[in-house]
Structures are given as structure tokens and as C-alpha cells.
Design a protein around this ligand. Structure first.
Ligand SMILES: Nc1ncnc2c1ncn2[C@@H]1O[C@H](COP(=O)(O)OP(=O)(O)O)[C@@H](O)[C@H]1O
Ligand SMILES: [Mg+2]
Length: 250
């Protein structure tokens, strides 16, 4: 790929206060515009730590990160204008309705009034939630909450979207709606970085993946090419299990 990466990660490391083992050890990775990039790995691999650092939630211990031409170290404000974040844990107020929650997030991004309400209703419609706009979040299923969370991270049409395990532990219907939507916005111009431990999903969805384990990247590439490079494994899941081992992590 000749074009300039939209995300450049150089020698990234992270050690949490009080831990002996670093959570990330010397991660170097380039992500290109319009990729759907998968960060894959077992529990504790460092996926959430990586995403959290990339979206400015906390600082790395070492390394350099450029996002859309801005340095994360001193240009976080500019970076915040171009990124959207969908955390793994649902970040919604349970006692407010879906609409109230989304208006709150929209206001945070500087969106307001009828424009914002129309936008929210349009997105609720896309995600099959239009009938539930005025229902409290506390009455929603896990998959429904995840869909609202996704809408919240996307209201400002970010150029780059980070999602942490958007499809973990949800019903198949929600999963399909979410994955189709991600493909659609990717085709319209959004670069997507997402974490998962579902190999089949990543194999179908991602332009490239990095398989992480214990704070390092053990392999990066187009999932079909990675599998083709290892003819002894018939799919990404088998290769993944070979690279990360079959031992349980928690
Ligand atoms: N706030 C924290 N304080 C100390 N250690 C942490 C913290 N968050 C994560 N870790 C540790 O960092 C490592 C990577 O965690 P994480 O990034 O959450 O992995 P993943 O998202 O791939 O499951 C794990 O060993 C985890 O226990
Ligand atoms: Mg995680």
C-alpha cells in the first residue's frame, strides 16, 4: 500500500501502575485509509489497552502515535474531531430514554435541535429501534443497548471509528445489523478499527487483522492471505489457535 497510513503506531508500550508485566510491548503497526482493521486476540492480549490509548483515554508509557496526520501526544484535540469511539461497556444512562441519551451524546459533539433529532431517528430506524426511542435504556436487551451505544459513537460521522468488541455476547440479529452497518459506512468513507475474538467474523469483514497475544502482535495481514500462507490451517481460527495457543486465559 503506497498511500500514507491514517494511523501510525511506533514502538508503543504500556505498563499499568503497580503491574510487573507490561500490557503492551513494543507494538508497531500502520493502518491505511478505508481499512476495516481487526485487532484480534484472547482475553488479556492488550486489545482494549491499544484502543484506549489510540482514542486518548490514557497515555502510553512509550512510543509514538500519529492519527490522520496529528500527533497523539500533543494534538489530541484535533484527533478528537475525526474519531468516534464505541467502548465495550455500554456508556448509557439507564434511567433516560434512548432518545434522551442520544441527544446528550449529540450535544457533546456540538449537534443540536431538529437536525440532531432527525439524525437520531434516522439512525434508530437503520438499527430497527425507532419504536423504542422513548423507552428507558434500563428496559433494553443487551443487543439493543449495544446498538444505541454504536449510534452514540457515530452521530458526528467520524472519519475513523474505533470499536471495542462490538459484537461480543449479543444476539445474532443485533450482530448482523451492526456488521452490515459497519460495512456500509466503511464503503462511504469511514476507516474502522475494531477488536474481536470471533475469527470467522473477522475473516469475512476485515481488510487486514493483527493477531495479538500477551501484549505483542504475533501476525498481521489480510486474513485470507494469512491463511493461504499457512496451508496446514484451513481457516483463520485454526491459525489463531496455533499462534496464541490453546491454553485458557481466564
Ligand atoms: N486498569 C488496569 N490496571 C492494571 N492492569 C490492567 C488494567 N487494564 C488491563 N490490564 C492488564 O493489561 C493486560 C491487557 O488487558 P486488555 O487490554 O484489557 O486486554 P484485552 O482487551 O485484549 O482482553 C491484561 O493483562 C490486563 O490484566
Ligand atoms: Mg478487552
Amino acid at each position: 500500500m503506497a498511500e500514507r497510513p491514517i494511523i501510525e503506531i511506533k514502538n508503543l508500550s504500556k505498563r499499568y501502575k503497580g503491574s510487573d508485566e507490561p500490557a503492551l510491548k513494543d507494538i508497531t503497526l500502520d493502518i491505511y485509509p478505508l481499512e476495516i482493521f481487526g485487532l484480534l486476540g484472547p482475553n488479556g492480549a492488550g486489545k482494549t489497552t491499544t484502543i484506549s490509548i489510540l482514542c486518548g483515554l490514557f497515555a502510553p508509557t512509550g512510543g509514538e502515535i500519529m492519527i490522520d496526520g496529528f500527533n497523539l501526544h500533543n494534538e489530541l484535540d484535533q484527533i478528537k474531531q475525526v474519531i468516534g469511539v464505541v467502548p465495550q461497556d455500554v456508556a448509557l444512562y439507564p434511567t433516560l430514554t434512548a432518545l434522551e441519551n442520544l441527544v446528550f451524546f449529540g450535544n457533546m459533539y456540538g449537534l443540536k435541535g431538529k437536525y440532531l433529532k432527525d439524525l437520531i431517528m434516522d439512525r434508530m430506524n437503520v438499527f430497527g429501534l425507532e419504536r423504542f426511542a422513548k423507552k428507558k435504556i434500563s428496559s433494553f436487551s443487551g443487543g439493543m443497548k449495544r446498538r444505541v451505544n454504536l449510534i452514540a459513537g457515530l452521530l458526528h460521522d467520524p472519519k475513523i471509528l474505533f470499536l471495542d468488541e462490538p459484537t461480543a455476547g449479543i444476539d445474532v440479529q443485533s450482530k448482523v445489523v451492526i456488521l452490515e452497518f459497519l460495512q456500509e459506512i466503511n464503503q462511504k468513507g469511514t476507516t474502522i478499527i475494531y477488536t474481536s475474538h470471533y475469527m470467522e467474523e473477522a475473516e469475512n469483514l476485515c481488510s487486514r487483522v493483527s493477531i495479538m497475544d500477551r501484549g505483542t502482535i504475533v501476525s498481521t495481514g489480510n486474513p485470507k492471505e494469512l491463511v493461504a500462507d499457512h496451508p496446514e490451517f484451513k481457516n483463520l481460527e485454526n491459525l489463531y489457535l496455533y499462534l496464541t495457543g490453546k491454553g485458557l486465559r481466564d
